[in-house]
Design a protein around this ligand. Structure first.
Ligand SMILES: [Zn+2]
Length: 224
């Protein structure tokens, strides 16, 4: 268990009803992520997680970050530490760099087979192979992804019209609604410019935090 996970676990009994939301800033350390048009993915991901933190707290949840600095954390370790603190939601934050297509707005991913990326990204140092998540859990993840889409669209934020699927390690948590959010395609100059804009970042963070809050409330109504 990481030190951060241990601290959070120790603080949990007093707030057992407070749902934990894991924020997973992609990449870090020698895993550089994408870097294009003046944006570094690993730095953006952490900065955006920091924007989400107070917003999620304000909505009655307890955020848990899978990394706090520009450090390398294995993908499976991120999932395992978030599960250890009983996270209800796992939100992995990334940017894309795709020359094949222009910007589609925000892209959301849940676990699933994808013929164009059958193996997912190459495994990194210290990586454990996690089993696929249960189908029921993938359905919960999809509900969260669709909720985020709806809220973003309502707020006038551009978002792809479908939820994509990928066999990514960070989407394999067996007990968490796990969604990967790609905020922008850095290859698209307009999206790269937008992602640097603090007003856009704040608006997106508000929308995502609201969507997570709505998701948790609606799942609580569904019952276990
Ligand atoms: Zn990434």
């Amino acid at each position: 268990m990481s030190l951060a996970a241990l601290f959070l676990a120790l603080s949990l009994p007093a707030a057992a009803e407070t749902p934990v939301v894991a924020l997973d800033p992609g990449h870090g350390g020698f895993d550089m992520g994408q870097s294009l048009n003046g944006v570094r993915e690993r730095e953006f991901a952490l900065a955006f997680a920091r924007l989400l933190e107070p917003r999620l707290k304000a909505r009655g949840t307890m955020p848990f970050l899978t990394r706090f600095s520009d450090e390398f954390v294995a993908l499976s370790s991120r999932v395992v530490s978030a599960e250890q603190v009983h996270s209800k939601v796992f939100l992995s934050i990334h940017l894309d760099n795709n020359a094949e297509r222009g910007g589609k707005g925000v892209m959301l991913w849940v676990y699933g087979k994808n013929n164009s990326i059958p193996q997912g990204p190459p495994r990194q140092h210290g990586e454990r192979m996690l089993p696929a998540p249960p189908k029921d859990q993938v359905a919960v993840s999809r509900r969260l992804a669709e909720r985020i889409q709806i809220v973003l669209r309502k707020r006038g934020l551009r978002v792809a019209g479908y939820v994509d699927r990928g066999p990514f390690a960070v989407l394999k948590g067996p007990g968490m609604a796990s969604v990967l959010i790609e905020v922008a395609n850095l290859h698209d100059k307009a999206e790269a410019r937008q992602v640097k804009d603090p007003a856009f970042q704040a608006k997106l963070a508000d929308a995502v935090a609201d969507a997570v809050g709505l998701h948790l409330a609606s799942e609580a109504r569904r019952g276990p």
